[in-house]
Ligand binder design. Structure first.
Ligand code: RI2
Length: 308
């Protein structure tokens, strides 16, 4: 798929999930560079910038896409000709995609250690990273039960329960409003992440914060499964995360409610750090309070020169 097709597939959610959209963005930019006709350095940089922006505009909330795209074009302006730029973009994209896939596996192994045989687990929406943790524990021979939310309006919970059931895991689908009722039976909650802020708040599929509150009340552990490229550098500089709002027809059919009724369809919500027991990353388990240090270390001290 070219850049426009990839952006359209991300926007209409044919490609979805924070990790998948990041890898798709990296791959689309790599294909754009490989297929580029022309040798003029400035034209290449300008067309690359346009391609980058088309991808970034496709979904506003998940910083994974932003980080994947920027990791792919990193260092390109230091290259002397188009040939070097293309080679760098291709190799950056391959590295990003390999690291991203390896991180999902590694987080699975780390997170699985928090699951004991006999545990009851809850998950929300459809996170490949949270599922990696749950499936790794099951493949290690642990006897587990999983409750998965439906996740209205897109019902990504159907993908989750299908995946878990195909593994042979004892799986129960629940409606979103049953979360608090079921939480009494739950030992651990594992959710994914679209973005994590510099102060350790989690931005994830709407409803995640309700799982966190119910887990806190029921004294169940609440774990976030996230690669560190879902940490948002922009939040270091005070930017708020834009919460995507999608079409109201995802919630109600045309004419189903009186025209005077307003419909609000936010896709994500924010879970404060205080409700998160740990964030499980490819660098290990960490507290939400460690996110700032990891982010600064990864970006390097020079990042602050831009605001000083
Ligand atoms: P992985 C999804 O967003 C969900 O919010 C999920 O928790 C998150 O991405 C992370 O997914 P959406 O694209 O990267 O369904 O763990 O809106 O697969």
């Amino acid at each position: 798929m070219n850049v426009e097709q990839t952006a359209a597939a991300i926007k209409d959610m044919t490609i979805r999930g924070a990790g998948k959209i990041a890898r798709a963005g990296a791959s689309a930019l790599s294909d754009f560079a490989i297929g580029y006709k022309g040798n003029d350095r400035d034209s290449f940089l300008s067309d690359l910038d346009k391609a980058k922006n088309i991808l970034l505009e496709s979904r506003p909330t998940a910083v994974s896409l932003w980080n994947g795209v920027h990791a792919t074009i990193k260092g390109v302006e230091d290259m002397k000709d188009v040939g070097e730029m293309v080679a760098l973009i291709q190799s950056n994209a391959e590295t990003f995609i390999d690291n991203s896939n390896n991180a999902v596996r590694f987080i699975g192994e780390i997170g699985a250690k928090r699951i004991k045989s006999g545990d009851v687990i809850m998950t929300h929406c459809n996170s490949s990273v949270a599922l990696s943790v749950i499936k790794t524990a099951f493949r290690q021979g642990k006897d587990i039960k999983v409750y998965a939310t439906e996740s209205r309006p897109w019902r990504q919970g159907i993908l989750t329960v299908t995946d878990l059931a195909n593994e042979g895991i004892d799986t129960t689908l629940i409606i979103d409003s049953a979360v608090r009722t079921v939480m009494k039976k739950v030992n651990e909650v594992f959710v994914g992440a679209d973005t994590i802020t510099s102060h350790g708040a989690l931005i994830n599929k709407v409803g995640t914060s309700q799982l966190a509150l119910a887990a806190n009340e029921a004294r169940a552990q609440f774990y976030v499964c996230s690669e560190t490229y879902k940490f948002s550098p922009m939040t270091l500089f005070g930017d708020r995360v834009t919460i995507e709002e999608r079409d109201i027809e995802e919630v109600v059919r045309k004419g189903e409610v009186p025209a005077s009724v307003k419909v609000f369809n936010p896709v994500f919500d924010s879970t404060p750090a205080k409700y998160i027991d740990a964030i499980i990353t490819e660098l290990g388990m960490m507290s939400p309070g460690s996110v700032y240090d990891v982010m600064v270390k990864q970006l390097g001290d020079k990042i602050f020169q831009k605001v000083i």
